[in-house]
Design a protein around this ligand. Sequence first.
Ligand code: CTP
Length: 398
Amino acid sequence: MLEGKKILLGITGSIAAYKAILLFRLLIKAGAKVKIVMTEAAKNFVSPLVLSTLSGEKVLVGLFEEDTWANHVMLGRWADVMVIAPVSCNTLAKMASGQCDNLLLAVYLSATCPVVVSPAMDEDMWLHPATKRNLALLSHYGNTIIPVEKGELASGLVGEGRMAEPETIVRFLQECFFRTSELAGKKVLITAGPTYEPIDPVRFIGNRSSGKMGFALAEAFYKKGADVFLVTGPVNMHTKFVGIKVTHVQTAQEMYQASLAEFETTDIAVLSAAVADYRPDVVADEKIKKKSNELDIHLVKTNDILKSLGSVKKDAQFLVGFALETNNERENALHKMQHKNADMIVLNSLRDANAGFGHDTNKVSIFSRNGEVVELGLDTKENIAAEIVKNIIHATQG
Ligand code: CTP
Protein backbone atom coordinates (compact mmCIF):
# COMPACT_ATOMS: atom_id res chain seq x y z
CA MET A 1 0.00 0.00 0.00
CA LEU A 2 2.96 2.31 0.44
CA GLU A 3 4.35 1.03 -2.86
CA GLY A 4 6.19 3.89 -4.59
CA LYS A 5 5.20 6.48 -1.96
CA LYS A 6 7.84 9.08 -1.17
CA ILE A 7 8.37 9.46 2.56
CA LEU A 8 10.58 11.99 4.28
CA LEU A 9 11.57 10.56 7.64
CA GLY A 10 12.56 13.16 10.24
CA ILE A 11 14.44 11.98 13.33
CA THR A 12 14.97 14.17 16.41
CA GLY A 13 16.91 13.84 19.66
CA SER A 14 15.07 11.34 21.78
CA ILE A 15 16.06 7.95 23.11
CA ALA A 16 13.28 6.52 20.90
CA ALA A 17 15.38 7.51 17.85
CA TYR A 18 16.78 3.97 17.81
CA LYS A 19 13.30 2.80 16.73
CA ALA A 20 13.62 4.98 13.63
CA ILE A 21 15.98 2.37 12.16
CA LEU A 22 13.27 -0.28 12.35
CA LEU A 23 10.70 2.20 11.06
CA PHE A 24 12.93 2.97 8.10
CA ARG A 25 13.32 -0.73 7.30
CA LEU A 26 9.56 -1.36 7.54
CA LEU A 27 8.86 1.55 5.20
CA ILE A 28 11.34 0.22 2.65
CA LYS A 29 9.83 -3.27 3.00
CA ALA A 30 6.39 -1.77 2.30
CA GLY A 31 7.75 -0.40 -0.98
CA ALA A 32 8.20 3.25 -0.01
CA LYS A 33 11.03 5.53 -1.11
CA VAL A 34 12.53 7.12 1.98
CA LYS A 35 14.81 10.12 2.50
CA ILE A 36 16.07 10.90 5.99
CA VAL A 37 16.53 14.26 7.69
CA MET A 38 17.79 14.37 11.26
CA THR A 39 18.69 16.97 13.86
CA GLU A 40 22.14 17.36 15.44
CA ALA A 41 20.71 16.06 18.73
CA ALA A 42 19.40 12.92 17.02
CA LYS A 43 23.00 12.01 16.10
CA ASN A 44 23.58 11.32 19.80
CA PHE A 45 21.08 8.48 19.66
CA VAL A 46 21.41 7.03 16.18
CA SER A 47 24.35 7.26 13.83
CA PRO A 48 23.86 8.88 10.41
CA LEU A 49 26.37 6.30 9.15
CA VAL A 50 24.01 3.43 10.03
CA LEU A 51 21.09 5.18 8.34
CA SER A 52 23.00 6.19 5.24
CA THR A 53 24.40 2.67 4.91
CA LEU A 54 20.90 1.21 5.12
CA SER A 55 19.34 3.77 2.79
CA GLY A 56 22.21 4.03 0.35
CA GLU A 57 21.72 7.80 0.47
CA LYS A 58 23.27 10.65 2.39
CA VAL A 59 21.37 11.45 5.56
CA LEU A 60 20.69 15.17 5.73
CA VAL A 61 21.45 17.01 8.95
CA GLY A 62 22.58 20.59 8.42
CA LEU A 63 21.31 23.40 6.25
CA PHE A 64 24.85 23.99 5.01
CA GLU A 65 27.11 21.00 4.55
CA GLU A 66 30.37 20.72 2.64
CA ASP A 67 29.76 24.15 1.15
CA THR A 68 26.45 23.09 -0.39
CA TRP A 69 23.00 24.20 0.59
CA ALA A 70 20.41 21.52 1.33
CA ASN A 71 17.32 22.53 -0.61
CA HIS A 72 14.69 22.24 2.09
CA VAL A 73 11.91 23.51 -0.17
CA MET A 74 12.50 20.80 -2.75
CA LEU A 75 12.64 18.11 -0.04
CA GLY A 76 9.23 19.15 1.24
CA ARG A 77 7.86 19.14 -2.29
CA TRP A 78 9.44 15.79 -3.18
CA ALA A 79 7.68 13.97 -0.34
CA ASP A 80 4.15 12.55 -0.35
CA VAL A 81 4.30 12.67 3.44
CA MET A 82 6.76 13.83 6.07
CA VAL A 83 6.85 11.72 9.20
CA ILE A 84 8.82 12.91 12.20
CA ALA A 85 9.45 9.95 14.50
CA PRO A 86 10.39 10.49 17.19
CA VAL A 87 9.49 14.13 17.66
CA SER A 88 11.10 15.38 20.88
CA CYS A 89 9.52 17.91 23.22
CA ASN A 90 12.02 20.51 22.02
CA THR A 91 11.32 20.03 18.30
CA LEU A 92 7.59 19.92 19.03
CA ALA A 93 7.81 23.33 20.72
CA LYS A 94 9.85 24.75 17.84
CA MET A 95 7.41 23.41 15.27
CA ALA A 96 4.50 24.91 17.19
CA SER A 97 6.13 28.33 17.34
CA GLY A 98 7.51 28.28 13.79
CA GLN A 99 11.21 28.34 14.68
CA CYS A 100 13.67 27.44 11.98
CA ASP A 101 17.14 26.81 13.37
CA ASN A 102 17.89 23.51 11.65
CA LEU A 103 17.25 21.68 8.38
CA LEU A 104 14.46 19.49 9.77
CA LEU A 105 12.51 22.55 10.91
CA ALA A 106 13.12 24.35 7.62
CA VAL A 107 11.79 21.33 5.74
CA TYR A 108 8.78 21.15 8.07
CA LEU A 109 7.91 24.80 7.59
CA SER A 110 8.19 24.62 3.83
CA ALA A 111 6.57 21.18 3.39
CA THR A 112 3.51 21.19 1.15
CA CYS A 113 2.84 17.50 1.90
CA PRO A 114 0.95 16.15 4.95
CA VAL A 115 3.05 16.00 8.13
CA VAL A 116 2.69 13.23 10.70
CA VAL A 117 4.46 13.35 14.06
CA SER A 118 5.06 10.59 16.57
CA PRO A 119 5.94 12.13 19.95
CA ALA A 120 8.29 10.51 22.46
CA MET A 121 9.00 11.88 25.91
CA ASP A 122 8.76 11.19 29.61
CA GLU A 123 5.31 11.17 31.15
CA ASP A 124 5.74 14.39 33.12
CA MET A 125 6.80 16.26 29.98
CA TRP A 126 3.97 14.63 28.04
CA LEU A 127 1.42 15.78 30.61
CA HIS A 128 2.72 19.36 30.84
CA PRO A 129 0.18 21.95 29.61
CA ALA A 130 2.84 23.46 27.31
CA THR A 131 3.20 20.11 25.51
CA LYS A 132 -0.59 19.81 25.24
CA ARG A 133 -0.78 23.32 23.82
CA ASN A 134 1.98 22.59 21.30
CA LEU A 135 0.24 19.41 20.15
CA ALA A 136 -3.06 21.26 19.85
CA LEU A 137 -1.31 23.89 17.71
CA LEU A 138 0.16 21.21 15.44
CA SER A 139 -3.30 19.65 15.05
CA HIS A 140 -4.65 23.09 14.27
CA TYR A 141 -1.98 23.45 11.53
CA GLY A 142 -3.39 20.24 10.00
CA ASN A 143 -0.59 17.93 11.15
CA THR A 144 -1.46 14.40 12.26
CA ILE A 145 -0.36 13.23 15.70
CA ILE A 146 0.19 9.54 16.32
CA PRO A 147 -0.86 8.81 19.92
CA VAL A 148 1.87 7.93 22.37
CA GLU A 149 1.80 4.54 24.06
CA LYS A 150 1.95 3.58 27.72
CA GLY A 151 4.88 1.56 29.01
CA GLU A 152 8.42 1.67 30.27
CA LEU A 153 10.04 5.06 29.68
CA ALA A 154 13.69 6.10 29.35
CA SER A 155 13.62 7.39 32.94
CA GLY A 156 12.80 3.91 34.17
CA LEU A 157 9.30 5.04 35.15
CA VAL A 158 6.24 3.45 33.63
CA GLY A 159 3.65 5.71 32.08
CA GLU A 160 2.43 7.56 29.01
CA GLY A 161 4.87 9.02 26.50
CA ARG A 162 6.45 6.10 24.67
CA MET A 163 6.74 6.58 20.94
CA ALA A 164 4.27 4.41 19.02
CA GLU A 165 5.81 1.17 17.77
CA PRO A 166 7.20 1.35 14.20
CA GLU A 167 4.49 -1.12 13.03
CA THR A 168 1.79 1.25 14.35
CA ILE A 169 3.40 4.20 12.57
CA VAL A 170 3.48 2.28 9.27
CA ARG A 171 -0.21 1.37 9.72
CA PHE A 172 -1.00 5.03 10.37
CA LEU A 173 0.76 6.06 7.19
CA GLN A 174 -1.08 3.40 5.24
CA GLU A 175 -4.34 4.82 6.55
CA CYS A 176 -3.27 8.27 5.38
CA PHE A 177 -2.64 6.99 1.90
CA PHE A 178 -4.96 4.35 0.69
CA ARG A 179 -8.24 5.79 1.93
CA THR A 180 -10.26 7.16 -0.94
CA SER A 181 -12.82 9.93 -0.61
CA GLU A 182 -15.97 8.33 -2.08
CA LEU A 183 -17.57 8.15 1.38
CA ALA A 184 -15.70 11.03 3.04
CA GLY A 185 -17.92 12.70 5.63
CA LYS A 186 -20.35 9.75 5.70
CA LYS A 187 -21.01 7.92 8.93
CA VAL A 188 -21.38 4.16 8.67
CA LEU A 189 -22.67 1.87 11.40
CA ILE A 190 -21.86 -1.86 11.27
CA THR A 191 -22.96 -4.63 13.61
CA ALA A 192 -20.85 -7.77 13.70
CA GLY A 193 -20.35 -11.10 15.44
CA PRO A 194 -22.66 -13.09 17.69
CA THR A 195 -24.41 -12.06 20.87
CA TYR A 196 -24.16 -14.00 24.11
CA GLU A 197 -27.34 -14.26 26.16
CA PRO A 198 -26.53 -15.23 29.75
CA ILE A 199 -28.27 -18.16 31.46
CA ASP A 200 -26.32 -17.87 34.71
CA PRO A 201 -22.96 -16.29 35.65
CA VAL A 202 -20.97 -18.88 33.64
CA ARG A 203 -23.28 -20.05 30.83
CA PHE A 204 -24.82 -18.37 27.86
CA ILE A 205 -26.70 -18.98 24.61
CA GLY A 206 -24.56 -17.94 21.65
CA ASN A 207 -23.77 -18.88 18.07
CA ARG A 208 -20.76 -19.59 15.87
CA SER A 209 -20.54 -16.22 14.12
CA SER A 210 -16.86 -15.18 13.89
CA GLY A 211 -17.50 -11.51 13.06
CA LYS A 212 -15.21 -11.79 10.01
CA MET A 213 -17.82 -10.48 7.55
CA GLY A 214 -18.69 -7.49 9.74
CA PHE A 215 -15.04 -6.59 10.36
CA ALA A 216 -14.31 -6.92 6.62
CA LEU A 217 -17.23 -4.57 5.92
CA ALA A 218 -16.02 -2.05 8.50
CA GLU A 219 -12.57 -2.03 6.89
CA ALA A 220 -13.98 -1.82 3.35
CA PHE A 221 -16.07 1.24 4.31
CA TYR A 222 -13.11 2.78 6.12
CA LYS A 223 -10.93 2.42 3.03
CA LYS A 224 -13.55 4.46 1.13
CA GLY A 225 -13.09 7.33 3.58
CA ALA A 226 -16.17 6.80 5.78
CA ASP A 227 -16.31 7.37 9.55
CA VAL A 228 -16.93 3.83 10.70
CA PHE A 229 -18.66 2.79 13.95
CA LEU A 230 -18.45 -0.93 14.56
CA VAL A 231 -20.63 -2.51 17.23
CA THR A 232 -19.43 -6.03 17.80
CA GLY A 233 -20.44 -8.98 19.92
CA PRO A 234 -17.78 -11.22 21.52
CA VAL A 235 -15.28 -12.10 18.78
CA ASN A 236 -11.62 -12.89 18.51
CA MET A 237 -10.92 -10.14 16.00
CA HIS A 238 -9.20 -6.76 15.83
CA THR A 239 -9.45 -4.13 13.13
CA LYS A 240 -6.31 -3.23 11.20
CA PHE A 241 -7.24 0.44 11.36
CA VAL A 242 -7.02 2.57 14.45
CA GLY A 243 -9.56 5.02 12.98
CA ILE A 244 -12.46 2.55 13.18
CA LYS A 245 -14.45 3.21 16.35
CA VAL A 246 -15.26 -0.11 17.97
CA THR A 247 -17.87 -0.70 20.69
CA HIS A 248 -17.78 -4.12 22.32
CA VAL A 249 -21.04 -5.61 23.55
CA GLN A 250 -22.17 -9.00 24.84
CA THR A 251 -25.94 -9.24 24.60
CA ALA A 252 -28.58 -8.43 21.97
CA GLN A 253 -29.95 -5.72 24.29
CA GLU A 254 -26.51 -4.07 24.56
CA MET A 255 -26.07 -4.26 20.77
CA TYR A 256 -29.54 -2.77 20.32
CA GLN A 257 -28.77 0.14 22.65
CA ALA A 258 -25.33 0.84 21.15
CA SER A 259 -26.72 0.75 17.60
CA LEU A 260 -29.72 2.91 18.38
CA ALA A 261 -27.48 5.49 20.06
CA GLU A 262 -25.45 5.91 16.84
CA PHE A 263 -28.22 5.51 14.27
CA GLU A 264 -29.73 8.98 14.24
CA THR A 265 -26.55 10.52 12.83
CA THR A 266 -25.73 7.52 10.62
CA ASP A 267 -25.85 7.68 6.82
CA ILE A 268 -25.43 3.97 6.09
CA ALA A 269 -26.06 1.07 8.49
CA VAL A 270 -25.14 -2.52 7.67
CA LEU A 271 -26.36 -5.05 10.21
CA SER A 272 -24.34 -8.19 9.72
CA ALA A 273 -24.42 -9.43 13.31
CA ALA A 274 -25.92 -12.82 14.11
CA VAL A 275 -28.10 -11.46 16.89
CA ALA A 276 -29.80 -13.97 19.18
CA ASP A 277 -33.52 -13.94 18.46
CA TYR A 278 -34.32 -15.15 21.98
CA ARG A 279 -32.76 -14.73 25.41
CA PRO A 280 -33.42 -16.41 28.79
CA ASP A 281 -36.23 -14.58 30.53
CA VAL A 282 -34.49 -14.86 33.90
CA VAL A 283 -30.72 -14.93 34.43
CA ALA A 284 -29.82 -17.01 37.50
CA ASP A 285 -27.74 -15.13 40.08
CA GLU A 286 -25.76 -18.26 40.97
CA LYS A 287 -24.46 -21.08 38.79
CA ILE A 288 -27.34 -23.51 38.13
CA LYS A 289 -26.63 -26.86 39.81
CA LYS A 290 -27.59 -30.13 38.09
CA LYS A 291 -30.26 -31.24 40.53
CA SER A 292 -32.98 -32.65 38.28
CA ASN A 293 -32.95 -34.67 35.06
CA GLU A 294 -34.51 -31.86 33.08
CA LEU A 295 -34.03 -28.15 33.00
CA ASP A 296 -36.44 -25.71 31.36
CA ILE A 297 -35.16 -22.33 30.33
CA HIS A 298 -37.88 -19.93 29.33
CA LEU A 299 -36.83 -17.75 26.41
CA VAL A 300 -38.24 -14.40 25.38
CA LYS A 301 -37.72 -12.46 22.14
CA THR A 302 -34.90 -9.96 21.89
CA ASN A 303 -35.35 -6.58 20.23
CA ASP A 304 -34.94 -6.86 16.47
CA ILE A 305 -32.29 -4.22 15.80
CA LEU A 306 -32.78 -4.16 12.02
CA LYS A 307 -36.54 -3.78 12.37
CA SER A 308 -36.19 -1.09 15.05
CA LEU A 309 -33.77 0.96 12.94
CA GLY A 310 -36.02 0.42 9.90
CA SER A 311 -38.97 1.84 11.81
CA VAL A 312 -37.19 5.13 12.58
CA LYS A 313 -35.18 5.35 9.35
CA LYS A 314 -35.26 8.69 7.53
CA ASP A 315 -35.32 8.96 3.70
CA ALA A 316 -31.65 9.93 3.49
CA GLN A 317 -30.52 6.92 5.55
CA PHE A 318 -29.63 3.61 3.89
CA LEU A 319 -30.22 0.41 5.84
CA VAL A 320 -28.81 -2.99 4.92
CA GLY A 321 -29.66 -6.31 6.54
CA PHE A 322 -28.27 -9.80 6.19
CA ALA A 323 -30.31 -12.95 5.81
CA LEU A 324 -29.64 -16.63 6.14
CA GLU A 325 -32.39 -18.82 4.75
CA THR A 326 -32.73 -22.56 4.37
CA ASN A 327 -35.73 -22.51 2.03
CA ASN A 328 -37.47 -20.08 -0.36
CA GLU A 329 -34.33 -17.95 -0.18
CA ARG A 330 -35.40 -15.23 -2.60
CA GLU A 331 -38.98 -14.84 -1.28
CA ASN A 332 -37.82 -14.82 2.33
CA ALA A 333 -35.04 -12.30 1.64
CA LEU A 334 -37.45 -9.97 -0.18
CA HIS A 335 -40.00 -10.37 2.57
CA LYS A 336 -37.33 -9.53 5.18
CA MET A 337 -36.41 -6.36 3.26
CA GLN A 338 -40.06 -5.27 3.11
CA HIS A 339 -40.97 -6.30 6.64
CA LYS A 340 -37.94 -4.64 8.29
CA ASN A 341 -37.97 -1.60 5.97
CA ALA A 342 -34.39 -2.25 4.78
CA ASP A 343 -33.06 -0.83 1.51
CA MET A 344 -30.92 -3.85 0.74
CA ILE A 345 -30.61 -7.46 1.91
CA VAL A 346 -27.44 -9.50 1.60
CA LEU A 347 -28.40 -13.16 1.43
CA ASN A 348 -25.80 -15.64 2.69
CA SER A 349 -25.70 -18.82 0.68
CA LEU A 350 -26.02 -22.07 2.55
CA ARG A 351 -25.30 -24.01 -0.63
CA ASP A 352 -21.54 -23.77 -0.47
CA ALA A 353 -19.45 -25.65 2.06
CA ASN A 354 -16.90 -22.80 2.22
CA ALA A 355 -19.36 -19.98 2.78
CA GLY A 356 -20.78 -18.47 5.95
CA PHE A 357 -20.02 -18.86 9.65
CA GLY A 358 -16.37 -19.15 10.59
CA HIS A 359 -15.04 -19.38 7.01
CA ASP A 360 -12.68 -16.86 5.43
CA THR A 361 -14.76 -17.06 2.26
CA ASN A 362 -18.42 -16.31 1.59
CA LYS A 363 -21.00 -16.43 -1.18
CA VAL A 364 -23.82 -13.90 -1.20
CA SER A 365 -26.62 -12.42 -3.32
CA ILE A 366 -27.48 -8.75 -2.94
CA PHE A 367 -31.16 -7.81 -3.22
CA SER A 368 -32.07 -4.16 -3.73
CA ARG A 369 -35.39 -2.39 -3.27
CA ASN A 370 -35.66 -1.73 -7.01
CA GLY A 371 -35.69 -5.48 -7.69
CA GLU A 372 -32.04 -5.72 -8.81
CA VAL A 373 -30.20 -8.86 -7.71
CA VAL A 374 -26.41 -9.14 -7.79
CA GLU A 375 -25.04 -12.67 -7.36
CA LEU A 376 -21.43 -12.84 -6.18
CA GLY A 377 -19.34 -15.99 -6.58
CA LEU A 378 -17.42 -17.63 -3.74
CA ASP A 379 -14.72 -15.17 -2.69
CA THR A 380 -12.78 -13.94 0.34
CA LYS A 381 -14.83 -12.00 2.88
CA GLU A 382 -12.57 -9.02 2.13
CA ASN A 383 -13.51 -9.07 -1.57
CA ILE A 384 -17.18 -9.75 -0.82
CA ALA A 385 -17.18 -6.77 1.57
CA ALA A 386 -15.62 -4.55 -1.11
CA GLU A 387 -18.37 -5.62 -3.57
CA ILE A 388 -21.14 -4.99 -1.03
CA VAL A 389 -19.72 -1.51 -0.37
CA LYS A 390 -19.52 -0.88 -4.13
CA ASN A 391 -23.19 -1.83 -4.51
CA ILE A 392 -24.18 0.40 -1.58
CA ILE A 393 -22.27 3.35 -3.08
CA HIS A 394 -24.00 2.68 -6.42
CA ALA A 395 -27.42 2.55 -4.74
CA THR A 396 -26.89 5.68 -2.64
CA GLN A 397 -24.97 7.86 -5.07
CA GLY A 398 -26.24 6.52 -8.40
N1 CTP B 1 -31.27 -8.93 13.28
C1 CTP B 1 -31.25 -7.92 14.19
N2 CTP B 1 -31.74 -8.12 15.45
C2 CTP B 1 -32.24 -9.31 15.79
C3 CTP B 1 -32.26 -10.36 14.86
C4 CTP B 1 -31.77 -10.14 13.62
O1 CTP B 1 -30.78 -6.83 13.87
N3 CTP B 1 -32.71 -9.48 17.03
C5 CTP B 1 -30.77 -8.64 11.93
C6 CTP B 1 -29.52 -9.38 11.54
O2 CTP B 1 -28.36 -8.67 11.89
C7 CTP B 1 -29.68 -9.47 10.04
C8 CTP B 1 -31.18 -9.56 9.85
O3 CTP B 1 -31.76 -9.07 11.04
O4 CTP B 1 -29.25 -8.30 9.39
C9 CTP B 1 -31.74 -10.91 9.55
O5 CTP B 1 -31.53 -11.82 10.55
P1 CTP B 1 -32.11 -13.32 10.46
O6 CTP B 1 -31.71 -13.99 11.71
O7 CTP B 1 -31.74 -13.94 9.17
O8 CTP B 1 -33.59 -13.08 10.39
P2 CTP B 1 -34.67 -12.91 11.47
O9 CTP B 1 -35.27 -11.59 11.33
O10 CTP B 1 -34.13 -13.25 12.81
O11 CTP B 1 -35.78 -13.91 11.01
P3 CTP B 1 -35.80 -15.51 10.94
O12 CTP B 1 -34.83 -15.98 12.00
O13 CTP B 1 -37.19 -15.82 11.22
O14 CTP B 1 -35.35 -15.81 9.57
